[in-house]
Design a binder for this molecule. Structure first.
Ligand code: PGA
Length: 253
């Protein structure tokens, strides 16, 4: 199955509006969007909420995603941002379940599930992140952890819903550490995730779903991951913040 390659930058709590503007200006003048299109790569970024509107308006040809969304449409949830608020600024993608949300804010797969269900119901696309900690890796329970995250996170979704979901496998020990997982590990787990999707949603869904690797992906190693059969792209933090580095990622795919 010929799946499109996908490169998504996750800016986390980086890039002010001024820095986001600089990124967009450089991307526009570099012809990067055309280069990506010619190479058949879908590209996107997930800025902070404050920069979201600016980037949505100025990063033509790129997917623009929120880094989270609340499952409720409105209400007493201080600090949260709702799906209608994102829709209002024409954002219809969101990352869900990033390990930093799971680790620092105690986000569970069950909570991710509520968010994912609310998002796909509103026709949003979701990048759902899964991955084991260093301790879980050392204990040899990576696949058990991934299975729980996938089964619980995607509970109750239909075959139609799953078409709006991209999975990102990000081992927690590799995020922002420079200790990227080997291509063999990435391929093994991404292929395992595909087999879980096959069990839950059937063969067609499993062949269609895009599965990304994330964790210390840089311009000098991105190519190797994308050569792996079941790795369809990358979710990139640090190396996606500046336009030059983002461009180098696309060039090296
Ligand atoms: P990193 O982050 O590329 O800086 O390791 C990846 C991520 O958290 O998505």
């Amino acid at each position: 199955m010929n799946r499109k390659k996908f490169l998504m930058g996750n800016w986390k709590m980086n890039n002010t509006i001024a820095e986001s503007k600089e990124f967009c200006d450089q991307i526009q003048s570099s012809g990067l969007v055309r280069l990506a299109r010619n190479k058949g790569i879908v590209i996107g970024v997930a800025p902070s909420y404050l920069s979201l509107r600016y980037v949505q308006k100025h990063a033509h040809g790129m997917i623009v995603a929120a880094q989270d969304a609340h499952y409720a449409s409105h209400g007493a949830y201080t600090s949260s941002v709702s799906i209608p608020m994102l829709k209002e600024i024409e954002v219809d993608w969101s990352i869900i379940g990033h390990s930093e949300k799971r680790t620092y804010e105690g986000e569970t797969s069950f909570l991710c599930n509520r968010k994912i269900k609310a998002l796909v119901k509103e026709n949003f696309h979701v990048v759902y992140c899964v991955g084991e900690t260093a301790k879980e890796y050392d204990e040899g329970i990576t696949k058990d952890v991934i299975r729980e995250q996938i089964v619980t996170g995607l509970m109750g979704l239909t075959k139609e819903d799953i078409q709006n979901v991209v999975i990102a496998y990000e081992p927690v020990w590799s995020i922002g550490t420079g200790k990227n997982a080997s291509v063999e590990i990435a391929q093994d787990i991404c292929s395992y995730i595909r087999s879980l999707i096959n069990d839950l949603f059937g063969k067609i869904a499993s062949q269609k779903i895009q599965i990304l690797y994330g964790g210390s992906v840089k311009p000098n190693n991105i190519h190797d991951y994308l050569e792996a059969e079941d790795v369809d792209g990358a979710l990139v933090g640090g190396a996606s913040l500046k336009a030059e580095s983002f461009q180098a990622l696309v060039e090296n795919i």
